[in-house]
Design a protein around this ligand. Structure first.
Ligand code: ATR
Length: 282
């Protein structure tokens, strides 16, 4: 795409950034929709974050995505932050308008949308959900589940103090109950679950697999992993071979990108099987 002087600009700010799939993803939509615009990978060191964002805003950028390690700094940077991002404690999408910045977090939307579009049997309001892990990713997933109306959430993490802090942090002002379970009990709490979510880094390329015995998990349960490299993690592979429905983590990445794209470039992008292949084929 050759740009004109009126081209709309956006990008993803991270450190490092070379692994990011977002430029390819947004680039695909820009080309498909023949938009006069560009989406750039922006490698920005933590010390330069604020200065760079002011620079991008002053240079007329529509906004940016923000990734590791800047998501908390982005929350502090923005003039306004939406309530969901505040509850998650992280901003991943910023819109610049009239010299002001508006922050949101679309990871929760991406997580739920991926499940909604790829699993027909999930009923969020009555579901028992087991979430493994208590890092930043787990926080987004739990807030997303609470917002989708899930009232029965079991949280299990190797370091229990972390899951307790997380459960307490996201429960303020919410009706949903989060039950914190011991890591040693992770196999036992699977009985009766409708959804199992892995948010730990276990199973990611270069990491050991998650040590979990799925024997007690109902065959009707959906299993999802927010890890998408590899696409089929050892957990998803194990779940699929015993007959559970699985939802891989790539869809979350694709869907979380939609709100930002629409705000910056003015058109609604869609997630298709060809887009999935294109993003993976890098
Ligand atoms: P992120 O922000 O991407 O979620 P993180 O904050 O580093 O990343 O969290 C990684 C998660 O994977 C944590 O829940 C971590 O458990 P701890 O809180 O006990 O560290 C989990 N994790 C990583 N390696 C693990 C391992 N070998 N066994 C069990 N859990 C592990």
């Amino acid at each position: 795409m050759i740009l004109t002087g009126k081209a709309r600009l956006a990008g993803v700010v991270g450190w490092p950034i070379s692994h990011s799939k977002s430029p390819r993803l947004h680039g695909y939509w820009l080309e498909k929709l023949a938009i006069d615009g560009a989406y750039l990978p922006l490698a920005v060191e933590p010390d330069n974050f604020e200065e760079t964002l002011h620079g991008l805003m002053n240079a007329g950028f529509q906004g940016v995505n923000v990734t590791v390690p800047h998501k908390e700094a982005a929350l502090r940077f923005c003039n306004e932050v939406d309530p969901l991002a505040r509850r998650i404690g992280a901003v991943n999408t910023i819109i610049f308008k009239n010299g002001r910045s508006f922050g949101s977090n679309t990871d929760a939307f991406g997580f739920i949308e991926n499940l909604r579009q790829n699993s027909d049997q999930l009923n969020f309001s009555s579901a028992k959900v087991v979430v493994l892990g208590a890092g930043g990713a787990a926080r987004g997933v739990i807030v997303a589940l609470q917002d989708a109306g899930v009232s029965n959430i079991l949280l299990v993490n190797r370091t229990k103090t972390r899951s307790e802090a997380l459960a307490q942090g996201v429960s303020e002002g919410q009706n949903n109950k989060i039950q914190v379970c011991a890591w040693e009990d992770r196999n036992n709490i699977l009985s009766g679950a409708d959804l199992l979510v892995n948010t730990t880094s276990l199973g990611m390329a270069g990491q050991p697999p998650l040590d979990l015995d799925l024997t007690g998990l109902p065959l009707s349960a959906v299993v999802t992993d927010i890890v998408y490299a590899p696409l089929i993690t050892p957990l998803l592979d194990m779940a699929r071979s015993r007959g559970n429905e699985i939802v891989d983590g790539l869809g979350m990445l694709l869907h979380q990108a939609r709100p930002g794209f629409e705000a910056w470039f003015g058109e609604k992008p869609i997630v298709t099987p060809r887009l999935r292949e294109f993003v993976l084929d890098a």
